[in-house]
Design a protein around this ligand. Structure first.
Ligand SMILES: Nc1ncnc2c1ncn2[C@@H]1O[C@H](COP(=O)(O)OP(=O)(O)OP(=O)(O)O)[C@@H](O)[C@H]1O
Ligand SMILES: [Mg+2]
Length: 410
């Protein structure tokens, strides 16, 4: 149980932490990409302005000054293009593969894809009449900055991975530390329950013996007192059962491995059925039995007897006379299934999750006098889990219930 809580705590902590780191990484990546693009834009704009200053506009024609050496201006991964006002290419220099469609009113163009390119278009303004005479476009292959970004991604990813690994280790230690006092106090509470139930046994026994003693001489005490002693004896029997149940419940999950033996579940079930047959017959309930012979299990026979006794007792108790209780075993792979199906009162769907809770009973009003305390199924479930199995239930109100015990076989 604590393992599960610990695991849940740790995983939710890691999910929160990982999302925070993810957001952080995305923000860093975004800011970095933006500033990189801006930097390149600034650089390309400066080149473009330089190139624009070196053209002449004569008689409506754009020419590049003869002494201008554009290769001094641009690097190997850049290209320079001149366009007239109509967007016709007049001249170009540098890496010719950096060709994008010309869009005059778009200052910055970015092409992602196989060869990432960024281009900046600068208008050429004639110096004498301030008229637009053409455009210069400077392009640059972004391969280099992509490499930088890849390195950043790698760094961020690696950093996040290492941080997550480290914080999981820290988280494991922290949750262990945080859970320890809770686990300890839980164990103390359990020990207290076990001790208290155990200590209650002898005084209860004394009350029971002393209440039953006068009943053996009814002529001495008269019918009125006899009734009172009966009531005391009955109540004591109930309390004895309750304390025993509490003791079992407090102890079930620390069953030692030495109590576990290979046992024959078929014969355990047969013994229980033999014991409850008279009760079923008295209530005119038809017991249908269908057992696989020689089912081998590893477990504690006292506990498993208790488990199936509790289920059968319920089935007989909650089935009206004339009903049918069916016990069936089957095997799927390494799992053994024991089905107890009855045609009893059934359990309402809203309560189906509650039946295994301690002290829960569908009919609370009956609790004291009808003998049950509502611990039967809680004990059965604890025993099943203790054996690596589980009890599940399906039920329909007024039709019947089916309890299925799943147990692993060796
Ligand atoms: N076969 C069944 N058919 C219908 N209702 C059931 C059946 N088994 C259990 N229940 C419901 O689940 C409740 C809890 O069962 P559980 O065995 O834990 O307690 P109990 O039988 O009332 O008391 P105890 O078993 O401690 O004597 C019961 O009170 C009953 O309402
Ligand atoms: Mg019961």
């Amino acid at each position: 149980m604590f393992q599960k809580i610990r695991y849940r705590l740790l995983s939710s902590y890691l999910v929160v932490f990982a999302s925070l780191l993810g957001i952080f990484a995305i923000a860093v990546r975004f800011a970095f990409t933006r500033s990189l693009t801006e930097q390149i834009t600034d650089k390309l704009t400066a080149i473009g302005k330089g190139a624009a200053a070196n053209v002449e506009f004569e008689k409506g024609r754009l020419t590049i000054e003869s002494d201008f050496r554009p290769q001094d201006l641009i690097a190997y991964h850049q290209a320079l293009q001149w366009f007239d006002t109509q967007g016709n290419l007049i001249s170009q220099q540098g890496k010719t593969s950096l060709i994008l469609p010309f869009v005059p009113n778009k200052i910055v163009q970015i092409q992602t894809g196989k060869i990432p390119i960024q281009a900046v278009t600068v208008p050429i303004i004639a110096s004498d009449n301030s008229q637009l005479v053409g455009y210069v476009r400077v392009s640059q292959s972004l391969e280099e900055s992509h490499e930088t970004l890849q390195q950043l991604d790698l760094g961020l990813g690696g950093g996040i991975f290492i941080t997550l690994v480290l914080s999981s280790i820290g988280g494991i230690l922290l949750t262990r530390q945080a859970m320890q006092p809770i686990e300890e106090s839980f164990a103390r509470l359990k020990q207290f329950t076990a001790d208290a139930s155990h200590e209650l046994r002898s005084p209860l026994m004394a009350i029971k013996i002393n209440a039953e003693l006068p009943l053996e001489y009814p002529e001495e005490i008269g019918p009125k007192d006899a009734e009172k002693f009966h009531a005391i004896a009955n109540a004591t029997k109930q309390m004895t059962r309750l304390t025993e149940d509490m003791l079992i419940l407090a102890r079930t999950d620390r069953v030692s491995n030495q109590d576990r033996n290979t046992l024959n579940l078929t014969s355990i079930l047969e013994n229980i059925i033999k014991l409850y047959k008279p009760q079923a017959e008295a209530k005119q309930i038809h017991l249908k039995i269908q057992l696989t012979p020689n089912i081998q299990l590893i477990g504690d026979s006292v506990q498993l007897t208790r488990l199936f006794t509790n289920l059968l007792e319920n089935a007989l108790y909650y089935t009206p006379s004339g009903g049918i209780v069916e016990i069936k075993t089957s095997r799927v792979g390494s799992q053994l299934y024991v089905n107890l199906q009855d045609t009893g009162v059934g359990i309402a769907p809203e309560y189906i999750d509650k039946v295994f809770e301690r002290f829960w009973r569908a009919d609370q009003s009956r609790s004291y006098w009808s003998g049950g305390s509502g611990l039967g199924l809680a004990i059965a479930q604890a025993i099943a889990q203790n054996h690596g199995g589980l009890i599940s239930v399906t039920s329909q109100l007024g039709v019947g219930s089916c309890f299925t015990v799943r147990l692993p076989t060796p």
